[in-house]
Design a protein around this ligand. Structure first.
Ligand SMILES: C[S@@+](CC[C@H](N)C(=O)[O-])C[C@H]1O[C@@H](n2cnc3c(N)ncnc32)[C@H](O)[C@@H]1O
Length: 651
C-alpha cells in the first residue's frame, strides 16, 4: 500500500497515467485493480491486430527500450545559481544531464506545456558518441558517466558500424526519449527533428510509431552546404532533413511567414489608386473556368474579340463590368491594353505559406553556424569549439512557424509559475495565455537558446526555452564539457544584446525581456530513497536500516537543493517564484505566490502547522523526520488541512 500522505520522490510513470485514463474510460476492463486482457481484447474486438505478420519497425532491444520509459527516475535537478544569469527571475532553463533522466523528471511539471520541441540528435554517422543507456540503472549510470561517483567517468566510445547493432543502438537511444518528449507537448504543439540520410528512414518510422503517422506534417529539406565537397566519394551532400510532426496534425497549422521585400516589390501604383499598391493580374487563364470568352471594348476604343485561343476569361462578364466600375481593372496608359484585374497588396494574404525546401539564403548554412559560434565563444578564429552547430536562423524559422511572440513581458500580469496555477487572494487560477515554451534536449552549443532570445528581441516576444545537454567531455580546456559551452554561449548572447541596448532610449519593453536562464544539473536525490529490494530480511537489521532512513536527508546538500527537488516533485515548474517568510517563529518557503508552502524545519509544532494552514495554500510539505514519531500530530495535521481543502504531505 502506498502512503498517500508521502510525496513520491520518483518521477511520474507514464504507464500509471495511461492506466488512469483507461480506468476512467473503460472501468469494466479492470479486475482487482489490474487490466483483464481478455476483457480488453473483447472490448476492442477487430481493432486488435493479432496477425503474426504486421507492418512496423522493429530492432534488437526495442522491448527493453520501451520498458525504459516505465522505470521512473529517482534523481533530482540541483540549482546552479553561479552558472546562471538572473537565477531568481528568469523563466528559461539550461539543464546539464542525460536527457532521458531529465525528461522523466520534467514529466510532472511540464506535462502538456511545451509549444515547440526542436532536437538535433546525433545523426549516427559512426563518428559521434551515443550515450550508453543502461535502463536498469539509468541514474547510477549517469552519475558514473558524469564523474559524480568516481573520478574517472565512463569511457566515451563512439557507435561505429563495426561495433555491431549499429542502427539498433541508435534506435534504442531515440525511442524512449521521443516517447517522453511527446508527453510534454501541448495539444497545439509541434516537434522538429534534424537528421540526415544515415537514419532518416528509421527516424521517420520511429516518429510514425511514437507520434502517429497521421501527425506527420512535412519532411523539410534544408540546404546546409554553401560549397560542394570535391572530396566526396559519391555525391557531395547539400542537405539535411527536418522532420516535422504535430501533436495533432489535423488541428495544427503553421503561421504564415512574413512576405519578402522581393515579393512586395512587384506591387506598384501607377494610377495613384487610393487603395494603395497593386499588381496586375492576367485576365485570361488556360484552365477551363467556364465558357467566358466574351468580347471587350477598351476605353481607348480597341475591341478585343475574346481571350487568346485555348484560354478563357477568369471572371464572368457581369463581374468584369462591376470590377471596372470599381476601378479594379487597369487598361494601360492609353486605355487600350489587354485589361488587367488589380490585385491590391492590402487584400492579399499577409504572409507566405511555408514550403518544404529551405535555402541557406533564407535560413543559413553550416559554415554560417560555425562562424557565428566561434565569434561568440572562441578565443581565436581557428579555435574549434564545437563541430556540429546549427545556424540560429534555421531554428528561428521554426520559431516563426510554430510559436507566437505571446504577450509582451511588460503586459503580462505577474505570474510566478508559468506552467501551473497562480494565486490571487487564496484563489487558484490558471494563466490564460502563458508564454510559449521551446524545448531542445540535445542542446549542443545552445543555438536554440540564442534563436529564442534573438527572436524575442526581434518581435518583442516572450517565448521561454528549456535546454538539456549532457556534460560530454571535450578536448578544449576552456570548456571541459559541452554543457559548459552551452551555458557560456547563452551568457554571451545575453551580454551582447544587453550591450547593444545600452544608451538606447526607446527599448520597447526590451528592458523587461527575459534575458537570463536558471542552470540546473542532474544528480541523485537529496533524500535517501527507500529501496525495498535492498531491505534486510532479518528484523534487527531492518530496524537498523529504518532508523537510518528516519532522517532521510542526504548529507552535503543545501536547503536550496532540497527546495527545488520538492518544487519539481510537487509538479510546479522550476521557475516558480520562491519567497521566504516566518510563521510561528520558523522559516517557511512560499512557492508560486503561496500555492505550495514548504517547511524544512525540524521539529515542527502545532502552532507552525496551523500558521501555515492559515495562509491558505493548495499544498503543504514538511519533513517526515520533523514529527519525531509524533503520529497524532501528523494525523491531525493531515485531517485539519483536508478540512480546509489543503493537501498535506511529508517527505
Ligand atoms: C548534433 S549536437 C546538437 C547541436 C545543436 N543543435 C547546436 O546547434 O549546437 C547533439 C548534442 O546532443 C548531445 N547529447 C547526446 N546524447 C545526449 C543525451 N543522452 N543527453 C543529453 N545530450 C545528449 C551531444 O553531447 C551533442 O552536444
Amino acid at each position: 500500500m502506498t502512503d498517500d500522505t508521502k510525496l513520491p520522490l520518483t518521477s511520474d510513470n507514464p504507464t500509471e497515467a495511461l492506466l488512469a485514463q483507461l480506468r476512467e474510460q473503460a472501468p469494466h476492463v479492470f479486475s482487482e485493480g489490474k487490466v483483464d486482457w481478455e476483457k480488453l481484447k473483447a472490448t476492442l474486438g477487430e481493432a486488435i491486430d493479432t496477425r503474426p505478420e504486421r507492418y512496423g519497425l522493429t530492432w534488437a532491444g526495442k522491448a527493453e527500450a520501451f520498458r525504459a520509459v516505465q522505470s521512473p527516475s529517482v534523481g533530482t535537478l540541483l540549482p546552479m545559481p553561479d552558472e546562471s544569469v538572473n537565477f531568481d527571475s528568469s523563466e528559461n532553463l539550461i539543464i546539464e544531464g542525460d536527457n532521458l533522466e531529465v525528461l522523466k523528471l520534467l514529466q510532472k511539471s511540464y506535462h502538456g506545456k511545451v509549444k515547440m520541441i526542436y532536437i538535433d540528435p546525433p545523426y549516427n554517422t559512426g563518428n559521434e558518441f551515443i550515450y550508453p543507456d543502461n535502463y536498469r540503472e539509468g541514474l547510477d549510470e549517469y552519475l558514473r558517466y558524469s564523474g559524480q561517483v568516481s573520478e574517472e567517468g565512463l569511457k566515451q566510445s563512439t557507435n561505429t558500424e563495426t561495433s555491431g547493432r549499429f542502427h539498433s543502438k541508435w534506435l534504442n537511444m531515440m525511442y524512449p526519449r521521443l516517447f517522453m518528449a511527446r508527453n510534454l507537448l501541448r495539444d497545439d504543439g509541434v516537434i522538429f527533428v534534424s537528421i540526415d540520410d544515415h537514419e532518416v528512414h528509421n527516424l521517420r518510422m520511429l516518429m510514425n510509431e511514437v507520434l502517429g503517422e497521421e501527425n506527420f506534417v512535412a519532411s523539410v529539406i534544408w540546404q546546409k552546404n554553401y560549397a560542394p565537397k570535391s572530396s566526396a566519394r559519391h555525391f557531395s551532400e547539400d542537405h539535411d532533413y527536418v522532420l516535422v510532426y504535430a501533436k495533432y496534425a489535423t488541428t495544427w497549422t503553421p503561421n504564415l511567414l512574413a512576405r519578402t521585400e522581393e515579393q512586395n516589390a512587384v506591387y506598384k501604383n501607377p494610377d495613384n489608386d487610393p487603395r494603395g499598391l497593386w499588381r496586375p493580374n492576367n485576365l485570361s487563364a488556360r484552365n477551363y473556368y467556364s465558357k467566358w470568352t466574351y468580347s471587350i471594348r477598351c476605353p481607348g476604343g480597341r475591341v478585343i474579340e475574346g481571350p487568346p485561343t485555348g484560354s478563357y476569361w477568369r471572371v464572368s462578364e457581369e463581374k468584369f463590368r462591376a470590377m471596372d466600375k470599381d476601378n479594379r481593372i487597369y487598361w494601360g496608359a492609353d486605355g487600350n491594353n489587354i485589361p488587367a484585374p488589380k490585385i491590391f497588396l492590402s487584400e492579399v494574404k499577409q504572409g507566405r505559406v511555408p514550403q518544404t525546401l529551405w535555402y541557406y539564403d533564407d535560413v543559413g548554412h553550416t559554415q554560417e553556424a560555425k562562424k557565428d559560434l566561434i565569434s561568440l565563444v572562441a578565443f581565436s578564429d581557428s579555435d574549434s569549439v564545437f563541430d556540429t552547430p546549427k545556424p540560429a536562423r534555421l531554428i528561428k524559422r521554426m520559431l516563426q512557424l510554430a510559436t507566437t511572440p505571446g504577450e509582451k513581458p511588460d503586459a503580462r500580469p505577474h505570474v510566478s509559475d508559468m506552467t501551473a496555477e497562480y494565486r490571487v487572494k487564496g484563489q487558484a487560477h490558471k494563466e490564460i495565455n502563458p508564454p510559449e515554451i521551446v524545448l531542445d534536449f540535445f542542446a549542443g552549443s545552445g543555438t536554440t537558446a540564442q534563436a529564442v532570445i534573438e527572436q524575442n528581441n526581434e518581435d518583442g516576444g516572450n517565448r521561454k526555452f528549456i535546454l538539456v545537454q549532457l556534460p560530454e567531455k571535450t578536448d578544449n580546456p576552456q570548456y571541459p564539457t559541452i554543457a559548459h559551452l552551452t551555458r557560456e554561449r547563452v551568457r554571451r548572447v545575453i551580454a551582447k544584446l544587453n550591450e547593444a541596448d545600452v544608451g538606447k532610449l526607446d527599448l520597447d519593453g526590451k528592458a523587461k525581456q527575459d534575458r537570463g536562464f536558471r542552470a540546473f544539473k542532474l544528480s541523485s536525490s537529496n533524500f535517501k530513497i527507500w529501496d525495498a529490494d535492498q531491505a534486510a530480511t532479518e528484523p534487527e537489521q531492518l530496524a537498523e536500516q529504518l532508523h537510518l532512513y528516519t532522517d532521510n536527508l542526504a548529507e552535503s546538500r543545501t536547503q536550496q537543493d532540497v527546495l527545488y527537488e520538492l518544487i519539481l516533485k510537487s509538479g510546479l515548474s522550476l521557475t516558480a517564484k520562491v519567497e521566504t517568510q516566518t510563521v510561528a517563529g520558523k522559516t517557511v518557503h512560499s512557492i508560486a505566490d503561496g500555492s505550495l508552502l514548504i517547511c524544512l524545519e525540524n521539529p515542527v509544532t502545532q502552532a507552525l502547522l496551523r500558521g501555515m494552514m492559515a495562509l491558505d495554500p493548495l499544498q503543504i510539505l514538511c519533513l517526515d523526520a520533523a514529527f519525531h514519531g509524533n503520529d497524532p500530530l501528523k494525523t491531525n495535521a493531515v485531517l485539519e488541512a483536508k478540512s480546509h481543502g489543503i493537501t498535506f504531505k511529508t517527505v
